[in-house]
Design a binder for this molecule. Structure first.
Ligand code: SF4
Length: 964
């Protein structure tokens, strides 16, 4: 091609780009010609593929909502057929700044969840014994009145600690926490300690905020620990930006013991021994330190190195050069050879990676989510050591670096903010775990069996602990004992293993049938997404008056916002308890608050720029959000820690010897209004306003020191001085802690097309993935004489499960892996027939067995596809055979198991499970004994450091331990 041809091509490319820019300048600012332009969302025309070769047009109304099939909250567009009035499909919403019109397979599968023939459509009440499988239909009014009366009684009798709301995927920012606060109940319980607490703890220790927001698109080097391209955290929004980064020339390094889809895209894939990642990261850090390749100015200004030196000596003034010498000394043992010995990765490969990392400067993006941080004891230190590398390079809140999550997130102020609960719930926040990242949720059956508490009313929402948690049989024992749990209410769109033990099963809407607000750290921006019931939004667009989502949802399916407001109203019908006021309309006092008013108030009052933007299109803010589903508040947030604190915040100052500036002035609204944890103030009650840098006062980080905490006074003061700085230590599955015939089972990896416990009603996803064989390396398989498809027994500390082997080189030799998602089961016909095997449970005292009676089969239903089901397998429910392993610091359940793997016995069948819950109790007690309780170690007689994050923080005085 000659120069003139090149010019022509370039000219035509410019024209196309300029045309696209004019044609569709959506918030993502990328080539969007493939997406329906928003101007045509009222009548979008496509040809009907099923009518081919005829050209038959279908006309759609396009209504945005947000996917609820993972935490990413990608935008979806519902294509509602104008002729049938039904949703034909879901595709990406190009107006959504996080997902930019793109989705993974789980987004479009929302349609399967809407049309699922097995979904629960009406409120049900238990008719037989708990778990017997007998149900009768009831009304919403009966269910609400009964539950409200129980809660009211518990509140009046000062049994508030007996009310518990246990949530898996929240999918919203604070609505339900505020409902609990309105009730004055410290009853929030989350699944986070079986999910991501390990990583969160590591990040929080450094920066006071618990999640990173990596700017992958602009990075030079990306280092990932876990499978971010196929699952991981903020899966699709991050995955597309990792690919953008690669397209821009970034090098991708992946640490993963298993060959994940992410690893297949890597420039460097290393498969370390699980739990050794921190040793490798410290070797990289050591290389930067010993060769003076770190960002000196950043470290000197923003690390709390003075506090470290002051804890080590009696001197009162310190030189940075002293710290540098000390740093070299502290980390010199972390050589490449040491890391190689721990990880099994060659020293020269680790060295090559370290050299590559050193070239990134401030454009080093990294992320550790779940994976090893959720797998091993001390997993939190992996995230801490990873962020150590960022902190050395100064790659924090820089283009191509990593931002603290709260700075890339926007949580608007709601219509009501009830006060902090005046109580402390020891069942979820026990004294043994004062530094735990989240509630000790997975220990609940053990705490109740210990006699520490009982529960009057227990809600689960988007949560299935019998199946999801370790030690599921202990959950069944708890739920079937009415002396431990008085009334169990399952809020769920679908049947699940836990809902079988409920007293009420209440049908909730899926992602396109409910309202929620959310905002996540997908990149350096702040956006707000609006999940909405699409049929309601369409009918309102057409001028109809729809007040209640039950009027547009299938059967009597409701949305949780309306449910919680209604329940709150009924708990305090005359307002005498002071609760009703938080569920009352401001526009029409005396009437219950409706969701339209709730969101209208937020969009009118709390989202900067939205009213003006809406007015440009002659829309109200609520109409704007109903029409487009998302709004970008600000792009390019930058270094909030480096901003100068305004003079209005500086009053009655006190500057301490570490440069911390305390003030009496109230905090002004900062650049975002995400609730940021408050570091403790000084002794006379001033709050930490910032950090003195030269002559100016900078905002700093929300840590006790106001800086990045290389040195954690908190760990030192609360009984863990050996971990006061980033370090590596041997995990519960370190080779030194295993017996010679044991290996490690990795049980946490996810499949890109499955949704934890919620994809049982997504037929497209189930057809793609419906089994979870045991990954085993050929050398290992040969040793135990098994081939692909042969059954193996995996023996844990409390029992065993039986599963087919999959012999593959995609796993480190000697380690085995089995994905979660699978092994769904039902006891009768009530269940998700396309994904659940029918099983029989046997119990003999504390010994439990689960055997599969029938696999998945085709069946007749309103969906002809259910007759086309060709798969029988449903995988194995391995989590039931795992005891609880609470990390004594982060509280994270350490998922990796020390197991024995052998060929199955001749009468073993796929999916067989055996467990002895007496052994579960023994393991629980063993791990509990490793803790360092606030009773003994609290430096100030509080239950927990006040600065640390906590959902639904109680009032500060309730942090105090009771007087002995
Ligand atoms: S990544 Fe997939 S499942 Fe998650 S929100 Fe986006 S489309 Fe939905």
């Amino acid at each position: 091609m000659g120069n003139s041809d090149n010019k022509q091509v370039n000219a035509s490319r410019d024209e196309t780009e300029s045309r696209n820019e004019t044609f569709y300048p959506g918030p993502s600012r990328i080539h969007l010609a493939a997406f329906p332009p928003k101007e045509r969302w009222d009548d979008w025309t496509e040809l009907d593929s099923q009518a081919w070769p005829r050209r038959k047009e279908r006309h759609y109304s396009l209504v945005p909502t947000t996917c609820f099939n993972c935490e990413s909250a990608c935008g979806l567009l519902a294509y509602i057929d104008k002729a049938t009035g039904e949703i034909q499909k879901f595709e990406g919403n190009p107006e959504h700044p996080g997902s930019r019109g793109r989705n993974c397979a789980k987004g479009p599968a929302t349609l399967n969840q809407v049309t699922d023939p097995d979904r629960i459509l009406y409120p049900l009440k238990r008719a037989g014994k708990r778990g017997e499988g007998k149900w009768e239909r009831t009304t919403w009014s009966e269910a609400l009145n009964t539950i409200a009366a129980r809660i009211r009684k518990a509140i009046l009798e000062e049994r508030r600690n007996e009310i518990m709301y246990h949530v898996g995927r929240p999918g919203e920012d604070g609505f339900t926490e505020r409902i609990l606060a309105a009730w004055g109940v410290d009853g929030h319980n989350s699944h986070t300690n079986i999910c991501s607490s390990g990583s969160r703890e590591g990040y929080q220790l450094w920066m006071g905020l618990d999640r990173p927001s990596p700017d992958h698109s602009n990075a030079k080097v990306i280092l990932l620990i876990s499978a971010h391209l196929e699952s991981g955290h903020y899966f699709n929004p991050h995955a597309q930006r990792i690919i953008d980064g690669k397209a821009n020339g970034a090098k991708l390094i992946v640490f993963d013991t298993r060959l994940s889809s992410t690893a297949t895209h890597a420039d460097y894939w290393v498969a370390p021994y699980p739990g050794s990642e921190a040793a490798m990261l410290l070797a990289i850090a050591n290389y930067l330190i010993q060769n003076n390749l770190y960002n000196r100015e950043f470290v000197e200004t923003w690390w709390n190195w003075k506090e470290y030196l002051s804890s080590e000596s009696q001197e009162s003034s310190f030189e940075f050069s002293d710290f540098e010498k000390k740093l070299k000394e502290l980390y010199k043992e972390y050589t490449f050879e040491f890391a190689a010995k721990e990880s099994g990765v060659e020293a020269k490969v680790i060295e090559e990676i370290a050299k590559l990392v050193s070239t990134a400067g401030t454009q080093f993006s990294s992320h550790n989510w779940r994976s090893v941080a959720s797998g091993v004891s001390g997993g939190w230190s992996v995230a801490r050591c990873l962020f150590f590398v960022n902190a050395l390079l100064g790659a924090i809140a820089t283009e191509g670096g990593v931002y603290p999550n709260a700075w890339n997130k926007f949580v608007p102020r709601p219509i009501y903010t009830p006060p902090h609960p005046k109580m402390w719930n020891e069942t979820t926040w026990p004294r043994e775990y004062p530094l735990s990242m989240n509630e000790m949720s997975f220990l609940l059956p053990h705490f109740l069996k210990d006699g520490r508490a009982k529960i009057d009313t227990y809600f689960t929402r988007v949560y299935n602990p019998v199946w999801t948690n370790p030690d599921g049989f202990s959950w069944i024992e708890m739920l079937t004992d009415p002396d431990l749990v008085g009334c169990y209410v399952a809020l769920t769109p679908t049947w699940n293993e836990t809902s079988y033990y409920a007293d009420y099963v209440l049908p909730m809407g899926v992602g396109s049938e409910r309202h929620d607000l959310h905002s996540y750290e997908t990149h350096d921006s702040q956006w707000l997404g609006f999940r909405q019931p699409v049929m309601k939004a369409l009918k309102q667009r057409e001028g109809q008056d729809i007040k209640d989502t039950r009027d547009v949802n299938p059967g009597e399916v409701w949305e949780e916002n309306e449910f919680w407001l209604d329940l709150t109203w009924r708990i305090d019908p005359d307002g005498t308890l002071g609760i009703r006021q938080y569920a009352e309309s401001k526009k029409n006092p005396g009437e219950r608050l409706g969701v339209d008013e709730y969101y209208e108030w937020i969009f009118n009052n709390s989202v900067p720029g939205l009213p003006e933007k809406a007015a440009e299109e002659d829309l109200t803010p609520l109409e704007f959000m109903r029409r487009y589903g998302a709004f970008e508040i600000k792009n390019k947030i930058g270094k909030i820690y480096d901003e100068t604190v305004g003079a209005e915040e500086l009053e009655d100052l006190n500057v301490d010897r570490f440069g911390r500036v305390f003030t009496r002035a109230a905090k002004t609204a900062g650049p975002n209004i995400v609730p940021i944890p408050s570091p403790d103030g000084d002794e006379v009650g001033r709050r930490l306003a910032g950090i003195k840098v030269g002559d100016t006062i900078k905002r700093g980080f929300p840590t006790p020191s106001g800086k990045l905490e290389f040195f954690s006074h908190t760990l030192k003061d609360w009984g863990w001085p050996e971990y006061a700085i980033p370090t590596y230590f041997k995990s519960h599955v370190h080779p030194d802690n295993l017996e010679s015939d044991q290996t490690i089972l990795i049980s946490t990896f996810r499949l890109a097309v499955q949704i934890h416990t919620r994809s049982a009603n997504a037929k497209w996803l189930n057809e793609i993935a419906h089994t979870n064989p045991l990954w085993i390396h050929p050398s290992h398989a040969q040793k135990i004489d098994v081939e692909t498809g042969d059954l193996v027994r995996v023996e844990t500390e409390i029992g065993y499960y039986v599963v087919p082997a999959w012999v593959t080189e995609g796993i480190k030799p000697g380690i085995v892996a089995c994905s979660h998602h699978m092994g769904r089961w039902k006891l009768s016909e009530d269940g998700q027939r396309q994904f659940m095997a029918t099983v029989k449970l046997d119990r003999d005292g504390t010994e439990w067995g689960l055997k599969r009676e029938r696999g998945v089969e085709p069946f007749e239903s309103t969906d002809p596809d259910t007759l086309r089901i060709w798969w029988k397998d449903a995988g194995v429910h391995q989590n039931m055979t795992f005891p609880v392993h609470p990390d004594p610091i982060s509280g994270m359940h350490c998922w990796h198991q020390a197991v024995r793997v052998r060929a199955a016995d001749t009468d073993d069948k796929p999916g067989d499970i055996f467990v002895d819950t007496e052994k579960s109790r023994a393991v629980y007690k063993k791990w509990l004994a490793m803790t360092r309780s606030a009773d003994k170690y609290s430096p100030d007689r509080t239950r927990r450091p006040y600065w640390m994050l906590r959902p639904l923080k109680p009032a500060k005085e309730y942090y105090k331990l009771p007087e002995e």
